[in-house]
Design a protein around this ligand. Structure first.
Ligand code: SAH
Ligand code: SF4
Length: 370
């Protein structure tokens, strides 16, 4: 595959300085560009510290990586989705912005498609197109910010792709989001299907991001059928790595569980998961975020009833697990998105109080941040 061309949010500061110098501009101009794009989160054509002509020249020299294919907003204006087409090769990726009075969360894609093949996931059913580069990941957040009247506070890697299967670009993107765009590392959530070496690597990074682990089953026999990667990294190994992450970072880990009617939503399955997670050593006990299945074309499963999800949640919460249920918001714009529509609304309704002092309302912010 050809090397990515320099893009506006793909270049590092040194490369940007070289581009600016190549245009015959003084050095401080590069600082102004950087401060405008990241510090002030301003689109290049509105960085008014730069002469208008230079903004236009730079726009040509450093093009954006993403073109809008479609963009839709929910009727209440709280949720907005984009389908982007990359300039590099026209591949399509999705991003969702969710706004609340006190925070705004961007759900980003880390890959175009995904190779992990989880059976119930639209992205998994389509397979991997390619990895995204750091600029393509960062630009999703920045472009969402440009469309957002409030400051983007949270980023979740819960769009298309498995972030830990595209480790280096995701690491570089987190570096930029944290170090340059000024997002708190805790407000950046990396969601993984259980790439154990990636979880261990993430635990050793300088910034303490939040980790979310997608479980979907209480036992390996069932998880094998839903998440092919489980045959390589079974539940016990994934939980070990997650516990190590929690211990070394002092961070809470969230477990995600897509509730699939007739497959993983029985009471005895909730109890088995509860028993397994009751022993979770992480701070504040285990936290599970239930995601009612979003039906997809390639998987025979419907949406569970609200009552069923609630019963499952109650049984799971009994041994002391904190459980939240993601509620759907912005349903009127779901048609435009593939897998992301399952999580369009983000949001979590606390079902059971946490053990210890942790405040339950913080939980949704750590995952989809709704
Ligand atoms: N690859 C990562 C992150 C992207 S998927 C991961 O798997 O964790 C983000 C979340 O959406 C995961 O928990 C995933 O299992 C869930 N998900 C995928 N397809 C879904 C569907 N059809 N219905 C409900 N949740 C789904
Ligand atoms: Fe990939 Fe996550 Fe979908 Fe599994 S659930 S196929 S890991 S995007």
């Amino acid at each position: 595959m050809s090397a990515p061309v320099p893009t506006r949010y793909g270049v590092d500061r040194t490369t940007l300085a070289a581009v600016v110098a190549g245009l015959g501009e003084p050095r401080y101009r590069a600082d102004q560009v950087w401060a405008g794009l990241y510090g002030a989160r301003t689109p290049l054509d509105r960085v008014t510290s730069l002469p208008r002509a230079l903004r236009a020249t730079l726009a040509d020299a450093l093009p954006e990586a993403l073109d809008v294919a479609t963009s839709v907003e929910s009727a209440d204006g709280a949720t907005r989705k984009w389908l982007w087409r990359t300039r590099r090769d026209g591949t399509e990726v999705e991003t969702v912005l969710m706004r609340h009075p006190t925070r705004a969360t961007v759900c980003v894609s880390s890959q175009a498609g995904c190779a992990m093949g989880c059976t119930f996931c639209a992205t998994g059913q389509a397979g991997l197109d390619r990895h995204l580069d750091p600029g393509e990941i960062v630009e999703q957040v920045v472009r969402a910010q440009h469309a957002c009247p409030q400051r983007v506070t949270n980023v979740v890697f819960m769009g298309m792709g498995e972030p830990l299967a595209n480790y280096e670009p995701v690491r570089a993107a987190v570096d930029r989001l944290h170090g340059d765009l000024g997002l708190s590392a805790r407000q950046i959530t990396v969601s993984t299907v259980g790439v154990v070496p990636g979880i261990r690597r993430l635990a050793a990074e300088p910034w303490p991001v939040t980790l979310a682990v997608s479980l979907h089953a209480p036992d390996d026999a069932l998880r094998d059928t839903l998440v092919p990667l489980n045959r390589r990294y079974p539940i016990a190994e994934v939980l070990d790595a997650a516990a190590e992450f929690a211990a070394t970072r002092g961070r809470r880990v969230t477990f995600e569980y897509a509730v699939i009617p007739g497959v993983n939503d029985r009471i005895d399955q909730a109890e088995a998961l509860g028993r397994r997670l009751a022993a979770w050593p992480g701070r504040g006990g285990a936290h599970v975020n239930l995601i009612p299945l979003n039906p997809t074309a390639g998987f025979p499963g419907g949406t569970p009833s609200a009552g069923r999800v609630r019963t499952f949640a109650t049984a799971l919460a009994r041994p002391g697990v904190t459980v939240t249920v993601r509620r759907n918001r912005g349903v009127d714009i779901d048609a435009a998105c593939g897998q992301l529509r399952a999580r369009a609304g983000g949001g979590g309704t606390p079902i059971a109080p946490p053990r210890g002092p942790r405040a339950a309302p913080g939980a949704p912010a750590a995952t989809m941040g709704a």
